[in-house]
Ligand binder design. Structure first.
Ligand code: ADQ
Length: 485
């Protein structure tokens, strides 16, 4: 149970993200329970914060209304920010997930825009910025995360010119032709440029951002360095945009595979499925960017063609509930569940599913067991910042068995070159890739997995955070003193 934290503004690192790493949940007896909040950002940053002496995290606690008091958990100070029901509808579900999310993911669904959503985005961003500025000391580094908070760097800088500010975008940054559609696009760019360092997942994201800054704001760009004119008499500032591909806590995932209980769980999973010859797995938040429909279409056709025998091959699709109040997500859930129902209606036998569908969250140990039981993992995102599932699968296979099918539209495709690459829009290509993976000889699996593991084990989330923070330290000293050598 978290103890209440005294106000302790001496944090080395202040993380600002939409969500705290834990969500508050009110129990029937009125008491508060804290559970890990979902998604890739929290998975990544949780392990980073374990290595920080005095870390703080500013974010929303996941429930509408007044913010709980600051408290300590997992060795860091958590500072909850309040969002009321209207903020949730306009700032979070509206501008963040109804406007920015689809626009930044190649307009897979049409972005909606309302001016009231924007107003709420501005005021919510201001609340996060104030909360962060209030707990940062003169020597703190503030690290702002993700598309919900793009105005925060500039808002903090206006208040606190004496701190270093970094920003990392976990999702793609779109080509300038798409970004230009965004109402308030220049305010967004100026908001981001309040940071000293702006990080992106892929080199193409960094280049897209630099092109937008050049074309829409007319700022001078030299390589990765942007010259940002100061306001009034303030001098020109230099801002760096750079690529930092995020990763996972690879060693701890890999270590879990040695745990006898996890191993037994993996074996039990296969037994529960009726010991099929092959198990194919998909793990995603239930999001239209993840290509779940394309994957199920390919799977359904392979069963219909008779290319796959449902008596010896099973697919497990784990779909974490996500953004269930946003219309496009409700629709997606209906479509996915209809498709799964059809496939099972046509191909499942009594007691044995053709697609085993799980709409819920599982803990780390279960997820690792699932990866260990998977002969093939399908990552078929239509657009994805990175995709941690691809890296988790690789880290879970020290036995060098298993095949990763990876969409070229996931950020992970830049690094995980030894995967079976696919364009998920091409259903025939996807089907062929699945069949090839199911038939891949052991030696070939080993060769590919060895190369993938080399990449994932060497480049973990700790080195990602270290690289980002080290680069941020090299930016101009905000106190105007000489850089330490
Ligand atoms: P997400 O879109 O959330 O993250 P992803 O990178 O795949 O996507 O991370 C999802 C995380 O949730 C993984 O760690 C996965 O294991 C976990 N998860 C998924 N389903 C689960 C379930 N049912 N139960 C338990 N855990 C589950 C965003 C961007 C990504 C980027 C990350 C990190 O969209 O592109 O990789 O941030 O920057």
């Amino acid at each position: 149970r978290p103890a209440h934290a005294p106000h302790r503004p001496d944090h080395d690192l202040v993380v600002v993200a939409n969500r705290l790493p834990v969500d508050s949940r009110t129990l029937p007896d009125g008491a508060t329970e804290w559970v890990t909040s979902p998604g890739g950002l929290v998975t990544a940053m949780e392990s980073v914060m374990k290595g920080v002496d005095s870390g703080a995290w500013v974010g929303w606690a996941g429930a509408p209304g007044d913010a709980p008091d600051p408290f300590e958990a997992d060795g860091m100070s958590l500072y909850p920010v309040a969002l009321d029901q209207e903020d949730i509808e306009r700032y979070y579900e509206g501008f963040s997930n109804g406007t920015l999310w689809p626009l930044y993911h190649d307009v897979i669904v049409e972005p909606a825009f309302h001016r009231t959503w924007w107003d709420s985005y501005v005021s919510a961003n201001r609340r996060f910025a104030r909360a962060a500025a209030a707990v940062a000391s003169r020597t703190s580094t503030i690290w702002v995360h993700d598309y919900q908070l793009q105005l925060v760097p500039r808002m903090i800088r206006d208040d606190r010119a004496d701190v270093r500010i970094g920003f990392f975008n976990h999702i793609p940054f779109p080509p300038v032709e798409l970004f230009s559609q965004l109402p308030k696009r220049n305010q967004i760019l100026r908001g981001l440029l309040g940071a000293d360092l702006i990080g992106f997942q892929r080199e193409s994201d960094t280049q897209n951002f630099l092109a937008a800054v050049r074309k829409l704001l007319g700022h001078h760009v030299d390589g990765q360095t942007i010259s940002v004119p100061g306001l009034g008499a303030a001098p020109m500032r230099e801002v760096t945009a750079q690529t930092f591909p995020i990763s996972i806590d690879s060693a701890s995932v890999s270590a879990l595979t040695e745990d006898p209980e996890v191993r037994e769980h993996a074996a039990q999973l296969r037994r529960d499925l009726g010991n099929p010859r092959k198990v194919v797995v998909g793990v995603d938040r239930l999001d239209y960017t993840k290509g779940i429909r394309h994957r199920l279409k390919a799977w359904g056709e392979l069963l219909n063609d008779g290319s796959i025998d449902p008596h010896d091959t099973v697919m497990i699709q784990v779909a974490t509930p996500s953004r269930e109040r946003v219309e496009a997500y409700r629709q997606l859930r209906d479509e996915v569940e209809l498709t799964v129902g059809r496939i099972n209606g046509d191909h499942a036998s009594i007691g044995r599913a053709a697609v085993s569908y799980q709409h819920r969250s599982f803990d780390r140990r279960y997820m690792t067991a699932l990866y260990m039981a998977a002969d093939v993992v399908l990552v078929t995102a239509l657009r994805d910042g990175m995709n941690l599932v691809a890296k988790e699968y690789v880290a879970s296979r020290p036995d060098l068995q298993g095949v990763l099918v990876l969409s070229e539209f996931a950020g992970a495709a830049d690094e995980l070159r030894a995967a079976v690459m696919v364009n998920p829009h091409d259903i025939d290509e996807l089907k062929a890739a699945i069949l090839r993976s199911l038939a891949m000889p052991e030696e070939e699996q080993q060769e590919s997995m060895r190369s993938l593991r080399h990449q994932v084990m060497e480049n973990d989330v700790q080195s990602w955070a270290h690289d980002f923070l080290e680069r941020l330290e090299q930016s101009d000293d905000p106190h105007g003193e000489a850089k330490p050598v």
